[in-house]
Design a protein around this ligand. Structure first.
Ligand code: HEM
Length: 379
């Protein structure tokens, strides 16, 4: 498709973009805005109301999510929380990320076989995002399950029963975060929730609903994608023993290696936008209101941008992949994801150097936009 029809209209009327240049350009083009999920959900609500169900909690929370906001609200909220994800702040977390990773490795070191997804890739980002937000231990596992449940919301094709279930999950999420907020109001700590409460009280810059939805969004976006980076990255290295050996001998290569792993098997394969004006791309007329799906995974393998794109090269130079998208919605947690990926993959390669894939039948999670394994058994 990328070679023959890089701007393609599906029978459902959605545009599919697959070339690196088109996607990079469109991400920064103000004639396109983020996917309006809350409006889409609202359109489905009347049907559900006939069955005495609604999507009010989901619509309410997602209407404040950065991913679906545009300036000026997007700029206001992003600049408020952006500092926490600044490279300097994230670099300060590196020793703690390493400490958690060392503990996770100690737990599995003496086992004959392990599952990298459930025993390493899931717990690491869950602890870290909980630490950043200030989620107490007793809430973490439950919130992890809820985040897992809602992560499918970013796909286009959710069934009504999935949406109704996600709405219930958002309600539970909201109640738990409300409890944490009450705790932090009484006893502020050095965490993002306490910081957001101060911002709300001092400058009237945030509402309580916005705090709640920021917390839910960060828990969802911060977990699943990082799990996929660690899982897909390790699978790729298991399939390329020569490259794995290079990394084992030269651990400082990890910075470059993570960029190549993000490019080679991108954790987020696709994202959506809506045209707000009529736009012509490569002779195709995209009309205002049309939906566009951009395949980041296809762009990251575009031979016009990357030489030998299907070849894994951990030393690849000038690797301007689009795994974190671009423009105003460029991933807020990109630096945090990179550091977690670097620490997790390097530690696994150095401390468990002889890992072998323990199955020939890998199962992928059922997501159209995210790419990640259900399990990665090794011995
Ligand atoms: C946005 C990828 C990890 C928070 C995005 C987008 C992509 C992405 C492609 C753009 C979505 C769009 O434009 O529609 C990834 C990948 C990750 C990762 C591949 C891991 C390897 C994280 C982490 C966090 C995070 C760890 C936070 C803890 C966010 C947020 C946005 C976002 C808040 C919305 C930004 C905005 O709209 O301004 N991410 N992400 N992500 N990501 Fe990530």
């Amino acid at each position: 498709l990328r070679a023959e029809e890089p701007v393609h209209r599906t029978f459902l009327g959605t545009w599919v973009l697959t070339s690196y240049d088109d996607i990079k350009f469109l991400l920064r083009d103000p004639r396109f805005c983020s996917d309006n999920l809350p409006e889409r959900l609202n359109n489905k609500t009347s049907y559900l109301e006939n069955r005495h169900q609604n999507l009010n909690a989901l619509v309410g929370a997602s209407s404040k999510w950065l991913t679906f906001l545009e300036p000026p609200d997007h700029t206001r909220i992003r600049s408020l929380i952006g500092g926490v994800f600044h490279p300097e702040m994230v670099e300060r977390l590196r020793p703690e990320i390493q400490e958690i990773m060392d503990k996770l490795i100690e737990n599995v070191q003496r086992k004959d076989s392990i599952d990298i997804i459930s025993e390493i890739a899931y717990p690491l980002p869950m602890y870290i995002i909980s630490k950043i937000l200030g989620v107490p231990k007793e809430f973490q596992n439950q919130m992890h399950d809820w985040a897992d449940d809602i992560s499918g919301i970013f796909c286009q094709f959710n069934s009504l029963s999935d949406l109704a279930r996600m709405n219930e999950t958002v309600l539970k999420f909201t109640e738990s975060f409300r409890e944490v907020i009450v705790q932090r109001e009484k006893e502020p700590q050095q965490d993002l929730i306490s910081f957001l409460i101060t911002a709300r009280n001092e400058g009237d810059k945030l509402t309580n609903d916005e705090i709640l939805s920021i917390c839910i969004l960060l828990f969802i976006t911060g977990e699943e994608t990082t799990v996929n980076l660690i899982g897909n990255g390790m699978l790729t290295l298991l399939h390329h023993p020569d490259q794995r050996e290079k990394l084992k001998r030269q651990p400082t290569m990890i910075y470059n290696a993570i960029e190549e792993l993000l490019r080679y098997d991108s954790p987020v394969q696709a994202i959506s936008r809506i045209a707000i004006k009529d736009v012509e791309i490569r002779g195709k007329e995209i009309k205002a209101g049309d939906r566009i799906t951009m395949y980041l995974g296809a762009a990251n393998r575009d031979p016009k941008q990357f030489s030998e794109p299907d070849c894994l090269d951990l030393t690849r130079a000038d690797n301007r992949h689009l795994a974190f998208a671009g423009g105003i919605h460029y991933c807020l947690g990109a630096v945090l994801a990179r550091v977690q990926g670097q620490v997790a993959i390097n530690t696994l390669i150095q401390r468990l150097p002889n890992l072998q894939l323990a199955t020939n039948t890998l199962e992928w999670r059922n997501h159209s936009f995210l790419r990640g394994l259900k399990a990665l058994p090794v011995n």
